[in-house]
Design a protein around this ligand. Structure first.
Ligand SMILES: [Zn+2]
Length: 297
């Protein structure tokens, strides 16, 4: 995508007959009323505020006010250490049949950019480019890992949440893979049983209840895109190119994309600590919206 086109605010507004209107620049303003997001009750928005101080102390690029403005609220689920799983729902419109996207950041607590990127995207999710989709956004899925004395991949129980999903034959495959292939790497411990952890249970239940058409999970630091599912894999988001990383027992991509037929895009940012440029953050976002527009309608 050319630099010039990145600066253009690409608007994607779903029209009543299922067609997508593409418009640029000022034309977007006229369309803004077509698909307003639901306003959040002030009380529920404020409820997330105390948590934002702790999150911003750990994420240098996310200020406490940015966190509060992101309007995430406690989902009702909590981590092992009692930190709420914070979420934000943004609906295209009541009863809309628009695609449903579950956007997850920070399933691995030491991948700081993954959570920070989702907070950044939450600042722009009210723009017309993202309207017309039904979103459930969780910027920080493994708060205990992020907020540990030193950020860690695993959760407070030492479980790699991205190996804790109930893929077929988990009881046999996951422990064996961990012992033989990872040589019992403590950073990749899959847990004692599938869904042993509240954070992975929340994702599992959300897939059942929210019925996403797509799951996007943001990681770092491999600098690629991965994809699990039946749809056409994304070729390129920003500078990230598609490369099949692998299929692991208990991973979210394996469980959701291959077993549940809910496709999973895994975005691997190039660094766990250093954020991409603002232009690159926007480019990945717009390329992702374009892939959704092309493939989920
Ligand atoms: Zn990761």
């Amino acid at each position: 995508m050319a630099e010039e086109s990145v600066r253009i605010s690409l608007c994607q507004v779903r029209a009543g007959l299922g067609a997508w209107l593409l418009a640029a620049g000022t034309a977007c303003a006229a369309n803004a009323s077509v698909a307003p997001s639901r306003p959040l009750p002030a009380a529920s928005s404020a409820a997330a505020a105390p948590w934002c101080d702790r999150i911003s102390a750990r994420l240098p690029t996310v200020s406490a006010s940015t966190c509060r403005q992101s309007a995430v609220v406690p989902s009702g689920a909590k981590s092992n250490n009692g930190f709420p799983i914070l979420e934000r729902d943004i609906g295209a419109s009541a009863g809309s049949t628009a695609p449903r996207v579950l956007l997850l950041g920070g399933i691995h607590g030491d991948e700081l950019t993954a959570s920070a990127l989702v907070f950044r995207w939450l600042q722009t999710i009210d723009t017309p480019a993202a309207q017309g989709l039904n979103w459930k956004v969780v910027p920080l899925l493994n708060p205990d890992g992020l907020l540990a004395a030193k950020p860690q991949r695993v959760n407070a129980h030492g479980v790699d949440l991205n190996r804790n999903f109930p893929t077929p034959d988990w009881q046999r495959e996951a422990p064996r893979y961990w012992a033989k292939v990872t040589r019992s790497d403590p950073r990749r411990f899959p847990g004692k049983s599938p869904l042993s952890e509240p954070e992975s249970r929340w994702v599992h239940q959300t897939i059942e209840n929210f019925h996403p058409d797509l799951v996007v999970s943001v990681h770092a630091p491999f600098g690629v895109l991965d994809f699990d599912g039946d749809a056409e894999p994304p070729r390129k988001f920003g500078r990230l190119n598609y490369r099949k990383v692998g299929v692991y027992p208990g991973s979210l991509g394996n469980y959701s994309g291959q077993h549940k037929q809910v496709p999973v895009i895994t975005i691997e940012l190039p660094h766990a600590q250093a954020m991409p440029s603002d232009a690159e953050i926007q480019r990945i976002w717009l390329d992702m919206l374009e892939w959704i527009r092309t493939n989920l309608n």
